[in-house]
Design a protein around this ligand. Structure first.
Ligand code: SF4
Length: 565
């Protein structure tokens, strides 16, 4: 590597409000990996820093920066981490004013003028697609002392103390020519596409990507997966706005995953009007375990307000087909919209009773810059981007509409969540699956994973969900009617033990071990069950076959003490 090249640090700053459960949001954005790969391919030393993952203290972060000694720090900005970025940029400038700070991403692109007007610690803002602009900026700063930066497309900076910007270059059409981030980094979030052709009023994608969609080739995408699999990654999030937009690309990706025997599981985001059963079958064969669909509202008027143009018949068909294929269908709903009331909540619950989602997320309607909802808000209130000088992540729609009542909106959210949770065990009982023997092992996997979610996972921790253990048991047993699924044996064994039925646990675990000899989890569970029954000699035999961990050692000592010399 050329020793003269500038060192680059790329940071995903912390959100104002800590997210504990939203794994999909806390991961480093894919765009940052693409920028990092472009800089690596150009010979730069690059470090990535995700401050939403483990959230180290600021002193620790500053120490890391001092040790790495970057010339440029790039910040990936969403609305939620804008203040985290500003705070860090200020600290960096206070530590070393020569370090160049560059903001980019959707949250910076729309607020470039505001950011450069009010925050001296930000030197540049990259607007829109970042790879070429960021690389061009670094090269000009490094080699020409910043001359000619106005020749770069999509860059905002200060001229004579005032923020100015250049027009964006056309979008990169040949996405496959971008350096593949998996050559340099290990991650779980991938995308086949950039952009979405829809124009939902609350969403920033249309403004950022211009409603044009560009695709990577299936080969580029699956090569990336294969490389990551070889480094031990087995679960992926396909983070496209809508993964299923182009049928032939989806089928090619899925066929390639199957042909290359990549043993992966993945979750995707889709639209109800871009899937069909054949596509879903291929997605399931290729490891898809969950698809999230934006329904937003069951009420046509509210959907019209949101500009979510979907048909309820498509919602019904997509959810039915997704469940049939053994993929968990997850619904996104938005509440707190103008026109929402207890009646629209009832409509949403009625729709849920029909489509039986096995996961649901309920968002309160938020206003973010870069959306048409935000433009409408500025137009109707006369406010300006200066409102972001307040330390806030977003604006709740109901706060901007005098006709809406906070308590009523919050009640809508509670009714939706509680209603969904009450109905959920019934949805799990009603699962109808494809009667195709080639899918039976996949069905067994789907049912036992869902069972685990009720038994030990997220659903087990939600008191509003009734009958979680009974639902888990039913699902485990149903799983075993399709195939001898190891997770189902284990789950049933644990359930029996938890209710003190050790002989039943022993029988099911023995059956499991006959099917999966030496499986360490079944073996461990069987050993614990033996100990519970006082069969310490047998437990000892099992424990000695396992890799020794501190816990296993402790159990071995316990059994030895019980058995005697
Ligand atoms: S909400 Fe989804 S479908 Fe609508 S514009 Fe955004 S990405 Fe596209």
């Amino acid at each position: 590597m050329n020793a003269q090249k500038w060192k680059i640090l790329l940071v995903y700053p912390p959100f104002l409000e800590q997210r504990i459960h939203e794994d999909e949001i806390r991961a480093l954005p894919m765009g940052l990996y693409h920028v990092a790969a472009a800089m690596k391919a150009a010979g730069h030393e690059v470090a990535l820093l995700n401050l939403n993952d483990k959230r180290p203290g600021m002193d620790q972060v500053m120490k890391m920066i001092q040790d790495f000694r970057p010339n440029v720090v790039g910040f990936s900005i969403l609305n939620a981490n804008r203040w985290g970025g500003i705070d860090l940029a200020r600290r960096i400038k206070a530590q070393d004013a020569a370090i160049v700070t560059v903001f980019g991403g959707i949250g910076a692109s729309t607020l470039w003028e505001h950011l450069l007007t009010h925050f001296e610690a930000i030197d540049y803002v990259v607007i829109g697609e970042g790879e070429n602009t960021f690389k061009g900026l670094v090269h000009r700063l490094e080699n020409q002392g910043g001359a000619d930066i106005s020749q770069l497309g999509g860059l905002a900076f200060r001229r004579d103390g005032r923020p100015v910007r250049t027009p964006c270059d056309p979008f990169i059409e040949a996405l496959d020519q971008l350096p593949d981030p998996s050559r340099y980094f290990t991650y779980q979030h991938l995308s086949l596409t950039r952009g979405c052709p829809a124009d939902c009023r609350f969403c920033g994608s249309p403004g950022f990507w211009g409603r044009r969609v560009r695709w990577h080739s299936p080969v580029y995408f699956v090569d990336q997966i294969e490389r990551l699999v070889s480094r031990g990654v087995s679960f992926f999030y396909f983070s496209d706005d809508t993964f299923t937009l182009r049928r032939q690309s989806v089928l090619a990706v899925c066929r390639a995953i199957v042909e290359r025997r990549l043993a992966i599981q993945w979750a995707a985001i889709s639209r109800v009007d871009t899937v069909d059963e054949e596509m879903l079958r291929w997605m399931r064969r290729a490891g898809c375990i969950q698809i999230s669909y934006g329904i937003e509202s069951a009420n046509a008027e509210v959907r019209r307000f949101l500009d979510k143009h979907i048909h309820i018949e498509d919602v019904r068909a997509a959810f039915a087909a997704t469940r049939r294929c053994g993929i968990l269908p997850r619904a996104y709903f938005i509440y707190g919209c103008p026109g929402d009331n207890e009646e629209t909540v009832r409509e949403a619950l009625d729709l849920m009773r029909e489509i039986k989602p096995l996961g649901a997320i309920f968002y309160i309607l938020d206003i973010f810059p870069g959306t048409r909802l935000y433009d409408d808000y500025l137009a109707r209130t006369g406010r300006t981007d200066d409102l972001w000088l307040a330390p806030i992540e977003d604006i709740l729609y109901f706060e901007t509409d005098a006709a809406m009542d906070k308590d009523a909106v919050l009640t809508q959210g509670r009714m939706l969540r509680d209603g969904f949770h009450r109905l959920l065990p019934g949805f799990a009982e009603d699962i109808e699956l494809l009667d195709d023997p080639s899918f039976y092992p996949l069905h067994a996997d789907f049912l036992s994973r869902l069972a685990m979610t009720f038994h030990r996972g997220d659903y087990a921790r939600i008191p509003a969900i009734p009958r979680t253990r009974q639902t888990a048991e039913m699902l485990y047993r149903r799983s075993l009617t399709y195939a001898p699924d190891v997770r189902a044996f284990l789950g049933l064994g644990m359930l029996c033990q938890e209710r003190g039925d050790y002989p039943a646990a022993a029988a099911i675990l023995l059956r499991g071990l006959e099917q999966h000899p030496g499986d360490p989890e079944l073996q461990t569970c069987a050993a614990v069950n033996d100990m519970n029954q006082g069969a310490y000699g047998q437990a000892l035999q099992r424990l000695r076959q396992l890799d020794e961990t501190p816990q296993i050692r402790q159990w071995i000592d316990h059994c030895q003490a019980a058995v005697g010399p």
